[in-house]
Write a protein that binds this ligand. Structure first.
Ligand code: ACO
Length: 435
């Protein structure tokens, strides 16, 4: 069977044969080259056929070997490793290494990687002063986006994006400094003095300390809570060509330094349709308030009055594998931090929804946000820090996507086409003659 597609243009009766590329049917996604459609014309001066695909619903913008998702079967893999196995056996820093290098690190490689990340966790004192300039009630995500962009001015050599050694150094810096900037943005609002990075703690324990250490008191991160946050980081490290990864690639394709490209990706993440859903889940659980009000809430969802937040996904038409891990983890965390009715409400919502034909027929299952907000709140994070908690690990994914884009000889500056729908050439009317 030839790997080609035959297209007949009914406008002209002409027949075209275009190759089917890359994917292995059905799992890894077969594609035709969009540019192959350009040969389909009605006349010599015709521009040629394009594919029209707002929001990239069915357009592969790249080949990628980083993350694999099969939404129908509820599969998520980083570099071929199943997410549930990584969540059970690995750490966030190991997974960040995996995303960027393609392989899990050896003991020596992990030691070296961890050492470099720790070394770069400090931020220049000028950056601290810069952060001091934000208003006391500035949203931490706004502070993060602006401060990461400002790092561009501190590391001018980072503009040399085609040099792998330069890229490596910026990866250390970005992965290491994001927790510091995130924690400082929180402490700035609280009016607490900044807590500097501690080299004797791991990546996530150090972040918790920078966040929550009170002046005059020593802070020991709880191992189970630290592990829970580390797993949340690991689960959020990449998710293939989502809105923010696409922003990273698109902005990065004009070869600016990675700080401004990461700021653009973080800005994409800031939007409530991307990084803000777990906050909405918490609001919903608070609104419901008690288990006996769950059936009425479900009734309103089915009547189209409301959406069940944390349910449904553009890609997953099955249980989001990340939600499965977080559901179990929520129980463990609440055993330590103290129970909250929110988890019981969430479990009841899930139980009823998964038995209801409305949700079954539409393939609506819990997504990653259904349980992550409960855990983050139990860990002590205010809701406006949730997108920041998402950005900290996702920078590893953004950098891996950026690096892959820069090394791909087929990639060039990202520049989509359009279907023009405006007026044809018009005669210019002088201002005094306009009605
Ligand atoms: N509650 C109730 N009904 C829903 C929900 C929901 N959460 N999600 C989808 N539906 C229904 C829609 O009303 C529609 O029903 P219809 O066919 O009768 O009109 C059907 O299911 C298909 O929904 P779409 O909106 O077409 O699905 P889409 O893929 O465009 O949306 C989305 C996906 C945005 C995630 C949606 O499921 C949603 O709004 N969920 C709640 C918000 C949420 O949890 N977002 C986080 C996603 S995970 C992340 O971004 C990290």
């Amino acid at each position: 069977m030839p790997d080609t597609l035959t297209i007949i243009d009914n406008r002209t009766g002409k027949r075209y044969e275009v190759p089917i590329l890359y994917g292995t049917y059905p799992t890894y996604g077969a594609a035709i080259r969009g540019a192959d459609l350009r040969q389909i014309r009605v006349s010599e001066d015709d521009f040629g056929l394009m594919s029209y695909d707002p929001a990239f619903l069915n357009t592969a913008s790249t080949k990628s070997s980083i993350t694999f998702i099969d939404g129908d079967r509820g599969i998520l893999r980083y570099r071929g490793y199943d997410i549930a196995e990584l969540a059970e056996k690995s750490t966030f820093l190991e997974v960040a290494y995996l995303l960027l290098h393609g392989e899990l690190p050896t003991i020596d490689q992990l030691e070296d990687w961890t050492c470099w990340i720790k070394r770069h966790a400090f931020i220049h004192e000028n950056v601290k002063k810069f952060m001091d300039g934000f208003r006391y009630d500035a949203h931490p995500m706004g502070i993060l986006v602006s401060t990461v962009a400002a790092l561009s001015t501190f590391y001018p050599e980072s503009k040399n994006v085609l040099d792998p050694a330069v890229r490596r150094k910026q990866a250390y810096r970005l992965i290491a400094k994001l927790p510091t900037i995130a924690a400082f943005s929180y402490r700035h609002r609280m009016g607490f003095p900044y807590t500097y990075p501690a080299e004797d703690l791991g990546f996530t324990g150090n972040f918790l300390k920078m966040m929550f250490e009170r002046p005059g008191r020593t802070y020991e991160p709880h191992p189970v809570l630290t592990r829970a946050l580390d797993v949340i980081f690991l689960l959020h490290a990449d998710h293939e060509q989502n809105c923010s990864a696409n922003a990273m690639r698109s902005v990065g394709s004009s070869h600016p330094d990675p700080y401004v490209a990461v700021a653009a990706a973080a800005a994409a993440l800031y939007g409530p349709l991307h990084g803000g859903a777990n906050e909405q889940v918490l609001r919903m659980l608070h609104d419901i308030g008690s288990i006996d009000r769950v059936p009425d809430y479900i009734r309103r969802v089915k009547a189209g009055e409301l959406r069940l937040m944390g349910f449904g996904h553009r890609v997953y038409k099955n249980y989001d594998p990340r939600a499965r891990v977080l559901k179990e983890m929520a129980g463990q965390v609440l055993e330590i931090t103290g129970s909250t009715p929110l988890l019981r409400i969430a479990l009841e919502l899930e139980r009823i929804a998964l038995e209801d034909d409305y949700f079954i027929s539409r393939k609506l299952y819990p997504n990653v946000d259904f349980y992550s907000g409960i855990i983050c709140q139990a860990l002590g994070f205010p809701t406006d820090m949730f997108p920041v908690l998402f950005a900290i690990p996702r920078v590893a994914g953004w950098l891996a996507q950026w690096q892959e884009m820069l090394e791909d000889p087929e990639q060039r500056i990202a520049r989509p086409r359009q279907v023009y729908t405006g007026p044809d050439l018009r005669e210019y009317v002088p201002i005094e003659d306009r009605s």
